[in-house]
Design a protein around this ligand. Structure first.
Ligand SMILES: CC(=O)SCCNC(=O)CCNC(=O)[C@H](O)C(C)(C)COP(=O)(O)OP(=O)(O)OC[C@H]1O[C@@H](n2cnc3c(N)ncnc32)[C@H](O)[C@@H]1OP(=O)(O)O
Ligand SMILES: O=C(O)CCC(=O)C(=O)O
Ligand SMILES: [Zn+2]
Length: 435
């Protein structure tokens, strides 16, 4: 960043207008201002193609998630492997503030192992769509209901939390879904879960399903959204608006295929909706380090366009934007980088820059130029920017040369040959001109 970008002031946003499209406080269903996070980097995230977490790495990630302030940490099923079981036990013993969950199939064999690990709760899942009933577990709805009741009653008898979830909820029959949720709610689960396992749902469908489910169960609703069609964050937000309380996330969204709702992206969405709630609950300054920790663990880069932490998420380039940002950052920023311990930049070393951005650079360099002179030097910068990409040193040289030029008494044409400005443009960056 350092050679092409200018760090600009930490100025706070000013005169932020009320957003007429913001959450409507009259919407009694909405949990936008009271949501919780089920962080699944160590469960769904372990299903990401590149993921292998050693015990030490799992512990480091669990501690970092806890420090960030997530409400729950979900871990891989203890029946997945012997080490998965041992890791689950080890994380339970850390004494974290977040509640620890593990995730199992709807089967007594899994449940018996899960309750012995020391977890605070068990997330049970079973596919309810025709696809999964036919090609995954091969069970019908009455078998599913029977085994759900058995597993739920068993886990409850151990005095720990229990959540029942249908897999592939959005391709399941609505009557089957509502029947099974009503049944498990009656037995007394802490939460029921809806899962968009294949990422097929859109926000309108999410709103409808969550709202309908809300009208038939008394327990909390958790939602899990895959991002195959790019709706994972929007669906999560809409689910909260419709009355869901808990959202499954993972760091950078890692998970099966292209993953689920990303923690950082959801934070961006939620802080735009209710900054006070989000700031009071989550340590947003830790987000960048958390993402780097997980990105390195699974050998990927933080995406360039990631919400909040993408390398240019708070960099403003076009002259029109730069002018307004310098006057009031709220003009072109919905999020304030300082909320995340980050910095705003103006990218002025390019041909889209404007004289207001260059004026700010001139002031940073402690040089004295009139507005007309700054406009002239801006034209020079643009001309060079038409020839090649620029960096800060290029721009600073042009400004400093110009400054020297206008503050040096003219020596007259007899002191040297005139230099044609157009043909010597590149040269003029390097040394003062004497014309
Ligand atoms: C959408 C999701 O992400 S759900 C969570 C996915 N998580 C995991 O799969 C955890 C990692 N998985 C594993 O380690 C293994 O798959 C295990 C240990 C769970 C099971 O391994 P295996 O016994 O070798 O079975 P395999 O993985 O080949 O097939 C899955 C089995 O679970 C059954 N099954 C699948 N889903 C469920 C369910 N929700 N509830 C009960 N049984 C289920 C299938 O019928 C199949 O059983 P069968 O072939 O023995 O009849
Ligand atoms: O347990 C759940 O709610 C979700 C399981 C899962 O990962 C999925 O369906 O994609
Ligand atoms: Zn999933």
């Amino acid at each position: 960043m350092s050679d092409s970008y200018q760090k600009v002031s930490e100025e706070q946003h000013k005169n932020v207008p009320v957003n007429p499209y913001g959450p409507n406080p009259a919407d009694y269903l909405s949990n936008v201002r009271s949501f919780q996070l089920i962080e699944s980097t160590l469960r769904e995230g372990e299903q990401f193609a590149n993921a292998f977490f050693s015990t030490e790495k799992k512990i480091e990630i669990a501690k970092a998630l806890d420090e960030f302030g997530v409400d729950y940490i979900e871990l891989t099923s203890p029946v997945a492997s012997e080490q998965s079981r041992a890791d689950c036990e080890a994380i339970c013993k850390l004494g974290l503030k977040a509640k620890i969950l593990t995730h199992i199939r709807c089967h007594m064999d899994d449940a018996k192992v899960a309750v012995e690990t020391g977890v605070d709760g068990v997330d049970v899942v079973i596919g309810t769509s025709q696809f999964l009933r036919q090609y995954s577990h091969g069970k019908d709805m009455s078998y599913i209901t029977k085994s759900a009741i058995e597993v739920i009653e068993f886990v409850k008898s151990k005095g720990i939390e229990i959540r029942f979830s249908s897999e592939d909820s959005f391709r399941s029959d609505i009557v089957d879904l509502l029947n099974i949720y009503k049944t498990v709610d009656k037995i007394g689960v802490n939460r029921v879960g809806i899962a968009d396992t294949v990422g097929c749902a859109n926000p309108r469908q999410v709103y409808e399903l969550v709202k309908t489910l809300k009208s038939v169960v008394s327990c909390e609703i958790e939602c899990h959204f895959h991002n195959d069609t790019g709706c994972a964050i929007a669906n999560a937000y809409t689910a909260l608006e419709a009355g869901a309380k808990l959202i499954d996330v993972s760091v950078l969204g890692i998970g099966e295929r292209n993953g689920i709702t990303p923690l950082g992206g959801l934070m961006a969405r939620m802080i735009a909706a209710d900054r006070d709630y989000v700031m009071s609950k989550y340590k947003l300054h830790k987000l960048r380090d958390l993402e780097i920790l997980v990105a390195e663990a699974v050998q990927v880069n933080v995406p360039f366009n990631n919400p909040i932490t993408g390398f240019c998420a708070f960099t403003h380039k076009a002259g029109i934007h730069a002018k307004a940002i310098l006057a009031n950052p709220s003009t072109y920023e919905i999020l304030n980088p300082s909320d995340f311990g980050l910095t705003r930049y103006i990218h002025f070393a390019n041909r889209l820059t404007g004289w207001n951005a260059i004026k700010s650079r001139v002031e940073q360099l402690n040089l004295n130029l009139t507005d007309d002179q700054i406009k002239e030097v801006t034209s020079k910068i643009k001309r060079l920017g038409d020839v090649r990409p620029l960096n800060i040193d290029d721009v600073d040289s042009i400004i400093k040369d110009f400054h020297t030029d206008v503050h040096t008494p003219r020596l007259g044409p007899t002191n040297g040959p005139a230099i044609d400005e157009e043909s010597n443009l590149l040269d003029s960056v390097k040394r003062p001109r004497l014309n």
